[in-house]
Ligand binder design. Structure first.
Ligand SMILES: N[C@@H](CCC(=O)N[C@@H](CS)C(=O)NCC(=O)O)C(=O)O
Length: 225
């Protein structure tokens, strides 16, 4: 199996941490997003969306990090994607929520427009409006995560055991590290996030990302409050 990733990229890190934690035999193939390697035919043929990650298992090519996590959990028989229908549905619910709601607002409207020129909405005014809109929605989402999904003080997103939803979600939330985002208004979210960050597998795959975050530490960004 070959797993195409960028070591600092959000959705790549979730899959890499899971592969590392489960000891899954996958060759990690690095794709350089900064030089545009994902736009070159070799990679763009594999994933016409020109995004990482992508998994190649023989003649089977799979994109979308959440689908890759589910596939890897299935082929490795990992209990991190439970077989019980309701437990599995809860994991799917959280992954869908993070993909469709949280990543859109927190990542694409709040964090990315502050960092990357290709996420600009075309003018400084439009960028400011986007970031303000994203901040409002990100705070609403974090409040739901804090009070509802994690509201009973559970250790992980769907209960007391770690699942692929935790890898997926923590990698998206970790984007806040790039803009020095404080989670202090959301203590259950912060405690859960720190718990995932404390996993050996997480620490091992996040060196490049934390280096990137450190390189931005002197810049000022719009925060959550
Ligand atoms: N929904 C996709 C999103 C993948 C994604 O956003 N990948 C980013 C890195 S985190 C990427 O490849 N970006 C390339 C670019 O922005 O040009 C997934 O979960 O795999």
């Amino acid at each position: 199996m070959k797993l195409y990733v960028n070591e600092a990229a959000t959705t790549s890190r979730a899959v890499m941490a899971f592969v590392e934690a489960e000891g899954i035999d996958a060759e990690i193939c690095s794709v350089d997003l900064m030089s545009g390697e994902h736009h070159q035919p070799a990679y763009a043929t594999l994933n016409p969306n020109r995004m990482v990650p992508a998994l190649v298992d023989g003649d089977f090519v799979l994109t979308e990090s959440s689908a890759i996590l589910r596939y890897l959990a299935a082929v490795s028989g990992s209990s991190a994607y439970p077989s019980d229908a309701r437990e599995r549905a809860r994991v799917d619910e959280l992954m869908a929520w993070f993909d469709a709601n949280f990543y859109k607002d927190f990542g694409y409207s709040f964090v990315y427009p502050q960092l990357f020129a290709h996420h600009s909405r075309g003018s400084a005014e439009a960028d400011r409006a986007t970031v303000n809109f994203g901040r409002t929605l990100a705070n609403q989402r974090l409040a739901v995560l804090d009070h509802h999904y994690l509201g009973d003080g559970r250790a992980f997103l769907t209960g007391d055991t770690l699942t692929i939803a935790d890898y997926h979600a923590a990698s998206i939330l970790s984007l806040g590290e790039l803009i020095g985002c404080s989670l202090s208004a959301y203590p259950r979210v912060e405690a859960w996030y720190r718990r995932v960050c404390g996993l050996d597998s997480w620490t091992r795959v996040n060196h490049a990302f934390m280096g990137f975050a450190a390189s931005l530490a002197n810049q000022s960004f719009v925060g959550l409050s």
